[in-house]
Design a binder for this molecule. Sequence first.
Ligand code: IPM
Ligand code: MG
Length: 363
Amino acid sequence: MTQYRITLLSGDGIGPEIMAVAVEVLKVIGQQFNLSFEFQEALMGGVAIEAKGEPLPAETVEICKASDAVLLAAIGDFKYDNLPRHLRPETGLLGLRSALGLFANLRPAKILPQLIDASTLKREVVEGVDIMVVRELTGGIYFGQPKGIFATESGEKRGVNTMAYTEAEIDRIGRIAFETARKRWKKLCSVDKANVLDVSQLWRDRIIALSAEYPDVELSHMYVDNAAMQLVRNPRQFDTIVTGNLFGDILSDEAAMLTGSIGMLPSASVGAAGPGLFEPVHGSAPDIAGQDKANPLAQVLSAAMMLKYGLNQPAASDRIEQAVLQVLDDGKRTGDIMAEGMTALGCQGMGEALIQALNASQA
Ligand code: IPM
Ligand code: MG
């Protein structure tokens, strides 16, 4: 039996409800594939602020580092919006990405045929969309120095952030992106703003230099404003997209929404070594927390990504994805993806349906 230590960061809002479903799914998968999971809860985000006075306690970083993978649900609540930046839940997440060296964020946006009508775009535009956004996660304007709000000589305040990338930072995310494209349809689009930004010019130069090592991957470049437009105009032109931290933050939400519900999308954040972090793309939805309304599927699919990309258990991962497709085929829906003629389920009900589908697939 293969043993894994999994850190669970359930976080805030709907986090604990959707995490509970993912844990139940993992337990069943563990029995089916002879994997044993040792789960350890740790605090991050608003729950950590309440319990420990800071969003990312040192103890949480230690627990994460000592595990094989970290599964995160969601963090944040409007009530923390006015706290100083170092005390906000989001700062905890950024600190954890940095502490674990998770420089690559993989965000798939795939249209499921069962949910095609949930998209706000026309069926003929989104049919067949299957995009992977590879977002740089520990550099760029999120982390560049100098940053802060400073007083000028005249006493006026000036806010500063710096978008910066070194060649090494571009190369390592570039390699992940080329490798990812290689496992898909071998098309990589690098998104930048090289017509205006020097940091983007270096980005483009390095990606072009790297492409010599990946002659089988077809490389293209797009300015970020055009990419934002092309994603809604003709999303099927994209296979793998690689881009910096801020552009990736924005474009991955846009790509996610092509699929109709951000409640369906998982993500993986990985580094050179050590545990990866797996989390849904959606947020903590405090408005529906505790009401058994949340869609747990992105969380469950994040657990599937953890099995595939973090623990190298692709068969177990596929089994979870199959179970998700099965419940959708059976017409089961949470509120965010509800459609006429379908069966409405709560978060727990969706979890039970998944377990049934998994047990049936075993038999
Ligand atoms: C995301 C989120 C985070 C980000 C926030 C919560 C810090 O929007 O994971 O996309 O900006 O990276
Ligand atoms: Mg975001």
